[in-house]
Design a protein around this ligand. Structure first.
Ligand code: CO
Ligand code: CO
Length: 305
């Protein structure tokens, strides 16, 4: 075993020989959007993301499905699986099969197997003082999903979040490998600060984040101002105060956004400064999103300034 539980990494890694290791991960959840096809795409992109976050290449997957067939019908199930298959195909991943159980609440996701070179694993534990922090998707899916559920935004405003959530982190992974990244993780349920802290702890460093440079999706600041904040995000924010220190200039609404529970978020990457140009070049080639949001320092915890 090369990577297991100890460092809160995104996926496990098991060495087969000196040249080859397998990366394994599983993720599934309840629908966060009404459209079954979109739900399938999002769940698949989210499950694949943990392989990309390690620097691996996903190869094959298994569908994991819980579904109330009598209530919702076969067409809905088919649309979910089609969405998942579409994103898997985009990633070059073969769906080998899967398993379905009856359940009152639908759930969908994938168990994914990928490959990686045993010497090129990008874990949470490798960040070094002086590294640059980059993020590859803006934040706000939790807040926007809550705003949609409460009817304070329409499906149009949610469409950008759906598009981000169904975007693969494949390009971001290629870019970080080209840049010789020291550490990376994907941003999901614990929010930016929660996942940043996993890197800080595993690497025994401090992460300094420039709040004004952290990108938010359109409408997120307004939604937070209206109070459209999911319970999970509020819980995150309360917990994050135990290890994050904030400059006075950072408004409360920004603090909430930095703790927002994400679905299928981007990669948070720790890059050696000399790798930044290569990282940006790979992403710019396909007009893929990226922002520098801070740096790694000596010390511990998270500093938001
Ligand atoms: Co992850
Ligand atoms: Co995961």
């Amino acid at each position: 075993m090369l990577v297991g539980y100890a460092t809160s990494d995104d996926a496990g890694v098991y060495k087969l020989n000196d040249e080859l290791a397998i990366v394994q991960t599983v993720d599934f959840f309840t629908p966060i959007v009404d459209d079954p096809y979109d739900f399938g795409r999002i769940a698949a992109a989210n499950a694949l993301s943990d392989v990309y976050a390690m620097g691996g290449v996903p190869v094959c997957g298994l569908n994991i499905v819980a579904f109330p067939l009598e209530e919702l019908g076969a067409d809905v199930l088919e649309a979910i699986l089609l969405g998942g298959a579409h994103v898997a195909q985009q990633a070059g991943v073969v769906i080998l099969g899967g398993h379905t159980i009856k359940d009152a609440e639908p759930k969908y996701g994938l168990a994914v197997t990928g490959t990686i070179h045993p010497a090129r694993i990008v874990t949470n534990a490798g960040a070094r003082p002086g590294d640059i922090l980059a993020l590859t998707k803006p934040l706000g899916t939790g807040v926007l999903a809550t705003a949609l559920r409460r009817g304070s935004i329409g499906a149009d405003a949610m469409a950008q979040a759906v598009s981000w959530m169904s975007t693969l982190n494949d390009r971001a992974a290629t870019a970080m490998l080209a840049a010789g990244a020291h550490a990376a993780t994907d941003i999901t349920g614990f929010g930016l600060l929660g996942h940043a802290n996993e890197i800080a702890r595993a690497s025994r460093v401090s992460l300094a984040i420039d709040a004004a440079d952290v990108p938010l999706m359109d409408g997120v600041a307004d939604a937070i101002a209206r109070g459209d904040v999911p319970g999970g995000t509020n819980d995150n924010a309360a917990q994050h105060r135990t290890f994050a220190s904030f400059s006075r200039s950072v408004p409360e609404s920004t603090r909430i956004a930095l703790s927002d529970a994400q679905t299928s978020g981007g990669l948070l990457v720790c890059l050696p400064p000399e790798g930044l140009a290569a990282f940006e070049a790979v992403l710019d080639e396909t007009h893929s999103y990226h922002r520098v949001i801070g740096e790694v320092r000596q010390g511990e915890g998270i500093v938001v300034r």
